[in-house]
Design a protein around this ligand. Sequence first.
Ligand SMILES: Cc1cc2nc3c(=O)[nH]c(=O)nc-3n(C[C@H](O)[C@H](O)[C@H](O)COP(=O)(O)OP(=O)(O)OC[C@H]3O[C@@H](n4cnc5c(N)ncnc54)[C@H](O)[C@@H]3O)c2cc1C
Length: 444
Amino acid sequence: MGKTILVAGAGHGGLAAAADLARKGYDVTLLEQKAEDALGYDWTDIFAPDALIAAGVPYPSKSLYTYKDNMTFFPPAKSVALTQRVPDNEREIKMERSDIYAHLIAHAKRCGVKFRFETEVTAPLLLGSRVCGVYAGEEKLYADLVIDACGLDSPLRTALPDVCGVEREVGENNVAYVYRAFYARTGDYTPKHNYEVYLLHGGRKEVAWVATEPDFADVLIVRFEPFGTEEADKVVAELRATDPHIGDTVVRGGQFAKIPVRQPLSMLVADGYAAIGDSAFMTVPLIGSGIANALKASHILSETVVADKACAFTAETLWRYQTGYYKLLGTGYAAMTCLKNACLTMEPAEVDFLFERGILTEKEVTITANTTNLQSMIKLSMKEFVERAKKLCTDKILLTKIVRIASQIASATALCAMQPKVWAPQSVRKWAASYNAFYARQQK
Ligand SMILES: Cc1cc2nc3c(=O)[nH]c(=O)nc-3n(C[C@H](O)[C@H](O)[C@H](O)COP(=O)(O)OP(=O)(O)OC[C@H]3O[C@@H](n4cnc5c(N)ncnc54)[C@H](O)[C@@H]3O)c2cc1C
């Protein structure tokens, strides 16, 4: 076996893994469908900067980032405002997406990655059930390992043969459909909170944010089914009732996009194949952030590749990547997915109740760079726990729902703990089938 690696898609994790592997002497080529100057979206992103260090990528220049503002959350009735209190040392950075890409690509080039932009990967190239390269249109490109960083609708993951056991479908309610645009500010109104987040906005299965900057209002709308410009315009008009500074002119963005918000893929690897980033559903299911996780996963993947001295790159030798990812992050997000699924079944009045009765407080909405599981989000003392439980007992239906969520979270954690530590095809398949079935039941 050789050391030729193809990375499909310039996803954040793919770029970081490509750089690390090229630096370690592998022959790495990255294929990206877009032109180098057309990657990503015309907006800023927020992520934990430590993830760059974890991935072996240098920190960007200070002039390229600022720190994220604390978010203020509102229930559907907008009756209460809960503002995050993120400690200084746990703040995430905010950076232009184009600058993040430029930073990662420059680093990858310095490490020796070869780039082919404007090259669309169309399908996996298979030898039996082993991925031995990719098709780029008619062109066949061979490799010892293919890293799939093509994102949610990857043409690789969705075309692997059944025998690989890698899920193709994302699943109902597992895709966040997003509209985001920066509107020029109008009038002299300044909101009390810089970064407003409206939950179950308009009483719908929708989240909207208005992040106010000196010159523009950054508006984001999230739903769990596709919607178009007409609907987005209606929501923006509704937001203007509370945020009259949102003007009519879109100065940046104005695009629709999709984010996976679900449990991590049950099988991240197959013979000759490893998925990373959105292809592998690595986002934080409650909020859809995926950059830091993809970067952290890149390090686990490159260590796994290096550990495979014979360069066999089979599902067996790559399995360590899967167990490493679940240990560091995946188990936490698998449990968090139960909470996200439950949130989608909540009635507006129930969310109002949680906010208004103080069952949810600023503590729980303080999601920081270190929030990688529910334990890091919900840090209640025994006294606080008892107080909140007492309040919750006044609404029996909600109490029943919360008890059910707690039991699902416990089951998800136990299920992840049962993931085979060592590759054994039959037990791995059996485990993946139970994991998939567990989440399929939550969708019913
Ligand atoms: C509106 C919005 C806001 C977001 N904000 C944040 C945020 O603030 N913080 C955060 O952490 N995350 C954020 N995310 C999520 C984040 O974008 C992703 O989780 C993260 O980019 C990891 O995804 P990825 O790089 O794996 O995939 P993608 O970003 O989808 O990148 C995939 C790459 O592969 C390329 N590609 C796709 N198909 C092919 C093909 N067939 N051939 C060749 N190349 C191909 C694409 O052109 C693209 O460059 C946001 C997402 C959206 C939509």
